[in-house]
Design a protein around this ligand. Structure first.
Ligand code: ATP
Ligand code: MG
Length: 262
């Protein structure tokens, strides 16, 4: 029998209070030491999936109402978020949650204190750009640097599974490239497992091993990243190549209707 995946999300349904059904039977597997991408448009349910895994849906009056989530062989969908994070699942939210009024160094100290660790060099090791900025208030950093800090702070928790929610959001292409290089190096050297939600499918599929495409609360396509990169519909709808060649809104609409998984 193959070894159990680190994370096994089995046919979950998530409902936000009172009856907003957002995830409609989602199954994903995240193997150890891999990067797994969850792709999809606005409102598809990517964030909800990551919050279901980390237990944070509960804080938004959401519930996993069907299915189960197994982490490292144990069921976690019934646990409180603190307990889930103690087991090694760390969620880096959309929108760069950092202490904007504190310097880079103070951010690191505060979070290291909370996680009871002295091992703070890891942040500068993988995000060397932050070292030169350590005395600067985080609010004054560039978007890319803020995202680096947010991920760096998550490392202080010594995650077994890192959940990254749209790290590229709102960043210039060069900043995205640098950030993704840092993430790749971090992943390789620390032997991390990463679940990455992105609208930027091109970038995510460059570094991912396996990907899922989520639309309207359902998985519509999944496969190894190299297969998805070559898939005609993925190219058309998520990698944006063919659309530009064919041009024109009418053409796009026609293609939309022809999407094979609808
Ligand atoms: N706390 C909440 N209460 C009710 N509905 C919510 C809540 N959070 C999200 N939703 C709804 O759930 C759906 C999925 O949202 P979600 O944020 O998971 O999507 P997403 O794929 O992360 O989108 P984006 O790319 O914009 O971040 C949306 O229709 C959204 O309006
Ligand atoms: Mg989101």
């Amino acid at each position: 029998m193959p070894p159990a995946p680190l994370l096994d999300v089995n046919n979950i349904e998530v409902i936000y209070h009172p009856y907003i059904l957002v995830l409609k039977g989602i199954s994903i597997r995240v193997e150890r030491n891999t990067i797994t991408a969850v792709l999809g448009p606005n409102g598809a349910g990517k964030t909800t999936l990551l919050k279901a895994v980390s237990g944070l849906v509960r804080l938004e009056r959401g519930r996993v109402t069907k299915g189960s989530i197994m982490f490292d062989g144990e069921r976690i969908d019934t646990r409180e978020p603190e307990e889930v994070s103690r087991r090694g699942i760390v969620y880096v939210a959309e929108g760069r949650r950092i202490f904007r009024e504190l310097t880079v160094e103070e951010n690191i100290e505060a979070v290291a204190y909370a996680w009871n660790t002295d091992d703070t060099d890891i942040v500068y090791k993988y995000f060397p750009r932050l070292k030169a900025k350590r005395k600067i208030r985080a609010g004054y950093l560039s978007g890319g640097e803020q995202q680096m800090l947010a991920i760096g702070l998550a490392l202080l928790a010594k995650p077994k599974l890192l959940l990254l929610d749209e790290p590229s959001l709102g960043l210039a292409p060069r900043a995205v490239s640098e950030l993704y290089q840092n993430i790749t190096q971090l992943y390789r050297e620390e032997k991390l497992t990463i679940l990455l939600a992105e609208q930027n499918a091109r970038k995510a599929l460059e570094i991912a091993d396996y990907g899922y495409i989520l639309e309207n609360g359902r998985i519509v396509l999944e496969g190894p990243a190299e297969k998805l990169r070559e898939d005609k519909d993925v190219k058309e709808f998520y990698l944006g190549g063919a659309r530009r060649e064919k041009g024109g809104y009418r053409t796009v609409k026609w293609y939309r209707r022809k999407k094979r998984w609808v």
